[in-house]
Structures are given as structure tokens and as C-alpha cells.
Design a protein around this ligand. Structure first.
Ligand code: AN7
Length: 366
């Protein structure tokens, strides 16, 4: 019988802070496809693979960190998990809370959450609080809330989140046989770039600032190298590029509409220690990259996810992509979460026709 993927804690337990006897809350997250993208490879003159994180149970990479964060909460007496979110964290927290038999509270910037993500929080029974403010306001509130009440914070400032998310780097090395030369990913609150950098390093027998123990130093290295980390922010929400907080972040990619990333220092360390970069792309470039992925590769991603590919294409246009390099772009969330943005101005004629072959053939111009 084919191997059934067991979720990231079962698959990578020796590199995660859980013992054999610990109760694990999982929805089978991880084990996502790494897809070779010929069209993008040809476009940028490199070997480009796409890590499809929209294939996770709730449709984003957040599930990797939620299985670890919520499993840890299950070891305590706390009955409620809480998160501030641009949408995906709340969807994931709400789902994993259900799986764990816990309650969830999500604090969201009013009017700036894609419809699919809001639907997920609602169907999974989260208690919703909409704030007249942005994500950064929501994160401040949830930090204060979890300090004052018996509620567990499951944003990526919770170190268990990053522990889970680092497993995406393990999967990539396991699939490619070694680390890629360059890893490109969107950056919002900067947890994921921190987690990938930690994962790549730990697989190479090293630790990073974000590592919570030195077990990697005592394990057989799996990778011989670590990649350059290339982070990509949205033009109007690019604090790490500008080197200062953005008070009123704006972008069509609402998932990364964040002006004061919590993992700022870690992200800078990942950039600098990997000899990488953090750059920014416009909303137009994001939408164009989303289109390249959907029409030339066959992967439907949400706008924030397309920032990685947009950043890679921009780097290629600037002559910054080394010939033939092995590159992985993470696409962080599923396109189905935000169909409104994807369809945009799309002009599709769905006027009904008579139920006959002739009428259908007529519409098709056959
Ligand atoms: C699709 O859900 O911050 O740099 O509250 O949903 O680790 O924050 C989402 C972030 C990229 C950025 N792509 O990752 C939230 C939230 C997608 C995302 C990011 C997010 P980080």
C-alpha cells in the first residue's frame, strides 16, 4: 500500500520538540508538491521549482506551524487559542482548534480579509473580532489579550509555529537531494523566511538565531549547503526593504499587508547570513506573476503567494539570477481563497445557451 503522509510532526519528529508519547493535533499537513516549472525556468534561465503550500489542509503554509503550536497548547490547561491575522493564520487556527477540541478567537483587520479565508474562520466556529485598524494593530491587541487572559497566542511569535514551518525546507531538501541555490518567498510578518532559514540550516547541521535547541549540531547533516534567501515584499508594505515601519501598509496582496513584521530581526539575519536579499514588487507585478502561474504552470495561487515568482522574474530582468541555478519559489496560499482578486476585470461571457450541441459548438466557434 502507498505510504500515507502522516503530518509533519510524525514525519519529522526527531527534529521537532515533541516526544513519542505526546498527543499530536494534526490534519495531515505538509508533504506538499514540489513542482518543476518549465515555463518559469525558461523565462529566468534557471531550474525553478514551485513549493505548492496551497495544498495544505486549510490551503496555506500556516498549517505546518499550527499543528505544532496547537499540539503544544494541548499539553497545557488552556482552552482557547487566539491569533491576529490577515486571513490564513485565522483559517488555520480555527481548523486546528476544532481538531484539538479547543475554542479559537481571531482578530482581523476589518474589510481586508479575502472572502475564502473569512469563510474558513466562520465555518470552523472561530470567535471573530474585526478591528478598525491593520494587521499590526490586531497583533498588538492579541498580544495584550493573551498576556491578560488564559488564552494561547498562536501567531508566529509563538516559537512552536516556526518549528513546524521549518519542515518545508526539510521536504525541499528531501525532494531535491540537497538544498537549492536560491529560495524565494513572500514576506509579511517574516515568520516563514525565519522558519525556512532555520530548517535549511538545521538540515545542514547548523543552528540559527531562531533555533530553540542545538540538536541539529549533533545530527547527521542531510544537506551540504544552505540557499540564499530571497524575500519579496509588496511595494506598499515593504518595511524590510525600506528599513523602517510602514504606518499604513497597502497592497492588493492582503495576506502580506503588514507594516511592522514581528520577526524583523530574524528576517534580516536570514537575508544577511545567507547573502540573500529582500526586495519588493508592485501589485501589477504580483498579478502578472499570478497569471504566469495559472496560465503557464497550472497552479492557482493567491496574490501574496505570487510575490515570490514576481520577485524572481524581476531579479531575472535585472540580471541577478545566476545561469542554471536551482531555485525554489514557495507559493504560500491557494488561489481559491481569493477568487475576487484573481478574476478582477476578467470579462467572461456566461450568457446561457440552448442545451444543444449546435449552440455549444456555435459559442466555441467550431
Ligand atoms: C499567503 O495569516 O500573516 O512572512 O495573519 O498568508 O510568515 O508572515 C499571513 C502571511 C505569505 C507571509 N503568504 O508570511 C496571517 C499572515 C501568505 C500569507 C504570508 C502570509 P510571513
Amino acid at each position: 500500500m502507498a505510504h500515507q503522509w502522516q503530518g509533519i510532526i510524525h514525519e519529522y519528529r526527531d527534529r521537532l520538540p515533541f516526544g513519542e508519547g505526546d498527543e499530536i493535533v494534526t490534519l495531515g499537513e505538509g508533504g506538499t508538491p514540489l513542482v518543476y516549472a518549465r515555463a518559469i525556468s525558461e523565462r529566468v534561465g534557471a531550474e525553478v521549482h514551485i513549493k505548492v503550500e496551497g495544498a495544505n489542509p486549510t490551503g496555506s503554509f500556516k498549517d505546518r506551524g499550527m499543528t505544532t503550536a496547537v499540539s503544544q497548547v494541548k499539553q497545557t490547561d488552556v482552552q482557547v487559542v487566539a491569533a491576529a491575522s490577515t486571513g490564513n493564520t485565522s483559517a488555520s487556527a480555527a481548523a486546528y482548534a476544532v481538531a484539538a477540541g479547543l475554542k479559537s478567537t481571531v482578530i482581523l483587520p476589518a474589510g481586508k480579509i479575502a472572502a475564502g479565508k473569512l469563510a474558513q474562520a466562520i465555518v470552523h466556529g472561530a470567535q471573530l473580532v474585526a478591528v478598525d485598524g491593520n494587521f499590526d494593530d490586531c497583533l498588538r491587541i492579541v498580544r495584550e489579550l493573551t498576556d491578560a487572559y488564559p488564552v494561547a497566542l498562536v501567531n508566529s511569535v509563538n516559537p512552536y509555529r516556526l518549528q513546524g514551518q521549518k519542515t518545508a525546507a526539510f521536504e525541499i531538501v528531501d525532494a531535491l537531494g540537497d538544498a537549492p541555490d536560491i529560495h524565494v518567498l513572500p514576506v509579511g510578518n517574516a515568520g516563514n523566511i525565519t522558519a525556512y532559514w532555520m530548517g535549511y540550516n538545521e538540515y545542514a547541521g547548523k543552528t540559527t538565531l531562531a533555533s530553540i535547541d542545538d540538536s541539529a549540531l549533533h545530527m547527521e547533516p542531510v544537506a551540504t549547503k544552505v540557499p540564499q534567501m530571497w524575500g519579496v515584499q509588496a511595494w506598499g508594505a515593504a518595511p524590510l526593504v525600506l528599513g523602517e515601519i510602514v504606518q499604513n501598509p497597502e497592497t492588493i496582496a492582503t495576506a502580506i499587508r503588514i507594516g511592522n513584521p514581528a520577526s524583523w530581526k530574524y528576517a534580516e539575519a536570514a537575508r544577511d547570513d545567507s547573502k540573500g536579499s529582500i526586495d519588493r514588487v508592485t501589485d501589477e507585478q504580483i498579478l502578472e506573476a499570478q497569471k504566469v502561474l495559472s496560465t503557464e504552470v497550472g497552479i492557482f495561487v493567491e496574490p501574496a503567494s505570487a510575490a515570490s515568482v514576481a520577485g524572481l522574474i524581476q531579479a531575472a530582468e535585472q540580471g541577478k539570477v545566476p545561469d542554471g541555478a536551482t531555485i525554489v519559489c514557495t507559493v504560500t496560499g491557494n488561489g481559491l481563497k481569493d477568487t475576487a482578486t484573481a478574476l478582477g476585470e476578467a470579462d467572461v461571457d456566461l450568457t446561457p445557451i440552448a442545451p444543444t450541441l449546435e449552440a455549444a459548438a456555435g459559442v466555441l466557434g467550431l
